[in-house]
Design a protein around this ligand. Structure first.
Ligand SMILES: [Zn+2]
Ligand SMILES: [Zn+2]
Length: 85
């Protein structure tokens, strides 16, 4: 038996999809994974604002505020910003 409360705690604590890493909004259809984390029944497509390509679930990401950016693009942009006069 699993203690009651584990699922509830997860829900409150980390309202982020385990697959696409997007914040979970109230009212979205969700699935509970075997490890107890939540994911969207259907993940929304996430686009990187730097390269305008889709961010795939397995891709390393960085967060720029609320935005998700490819880890590669993030460091590239960081370098570009610092290199600018
Ligand atoms: Zn998702
Ligand atoms: Zn990118």
């Amino acid at each position: 038996m699993i203690a009651i409360g584990t699922e509830a705690k997860m829900l409150v604590q980390h309202p982020r999809c385990a697959r696409c890493r997007v914040n979970i909004e109230p009212g979205q259809a969700l699935l509970m994974r075997d490890d107890g984390r939540l994911e969207h029944a259907t993940c929304p497509e996430v686009t990187c604002p730097v390269c305008t390509r889709t961010i795939l679930p397995q891709t390393p990401i960085r967060r720029d505020g609320d935005e998700m950016v490819h880890a590669n693009c993030y460091s590239r942009r960081l370098r570009a910003t610092h290199g600018a006069p």
